[in-house]
Design a protein around this ligand. Sequence first.
Ligand code: LMR
Length: 392
Amino acid sequence: MQTLIKTSIMQLLELYRQDPRADKLNLTAGIYMDESGTCPILDSVREAEAFRVQNQSSKATFNLTGAPDYQQAVRTLLFPNMGGSGETHHVQVIQTLGASGALHLVGKLVNHYTPNAKIWLSAPTWENHPAVLNSHAGGFGHYRYLPAHLDEVSLDTILADLESAKPGDYVLLHACCHNPTGMDLNLSQWTKMADFCAERHLIPLFDFAYQGFAHSPERDAELFDAFKERVDRFLICNSFSKNMGLYDERIGALTLVFKEEEQALDWNNTAKRLIRSSYSMPPTHGSFIVSHILNDPDRCARWQQELAGMCNDLHTRRAAFFTELANAGIQDQVLTYRQQQGMFVMLNLSEQQIDTLRERSGIYLLGNGRISIASLRTEMMPRFVEALKSVI
Ligand code: LMR
């Protein structure tokens, strides 16, 4: 039997495509599928695209870091309450190819300004994090991301591991829907994390690929208030792949949140040079869709409803899956957490059990036990749970 523990999502997808079995089940990538097995195009997105086709008058573009309308849309989505005279930080939004493109740009920026700085990653983390950040030379540190109990991540373990970080190092944090565990810090833990970063002069770097999938776009962004109150600078990499279903547009942003305006502008200028010397300019179709929706209150409300629909569906599916596990009497063996958010659930399975599921039943999940609940239709759950039971 082929051992796939080191196999990436892309390799697993290729194997899945080649698998001739009709009842094969793909639980690998974080892509929202509805109960009919389709990754839907949102109505709000269709409308924005139709509007563009009707009204676009030119294809000329000269915005290295994205159009001002797009930057405004992202700024408001990340910081709904921003503005007014009490503002402490300067915010620069840079359009990128999804959150991955933003992370890649961060790697280059870190390398430009502080080539010896380390970037600290959670263990486990998204398998592609080291690769997209590898344009920086300072290397990686790792902090363990472990359960304190069924309902909570152990912040003590995280902070104990980050004791070894040096001032100026970056800490990559998953703002919500931690990938792969699905288990997030709560607001009081985020506040402690912000205090810790402030005391140690560590720079928080947020991967925010799943905004809106834990609670709502606004609530999922609340943690940033704690960081704005405490730290001098932080970076946010967000994406519209998941929350607008714009997977194929590769649209996201790197947002610089800096107390010092001069520094923010300098970073922004460096980003412009890096962009110009790599892909020259970003595309505009995805960014148009995003700003068309977010900058209009009615369209934005409609999108939020569609997003809430996907989010509620995931909560319902997760609950149904947990019930199936409980009914089969294997819930305690299989689950580490009970309070996950977003698209993923981690299962306590050995490499061999994961291989057996794939070989014997055509069920594909990641080698670390992560499944995408967003791809698990309710009607498939009994079969999946039956197969799980058979390998335990
Ligand atoms: C995932 O973790 O499944 C997603 O982020 C999709 C990807 O590109 O890996």
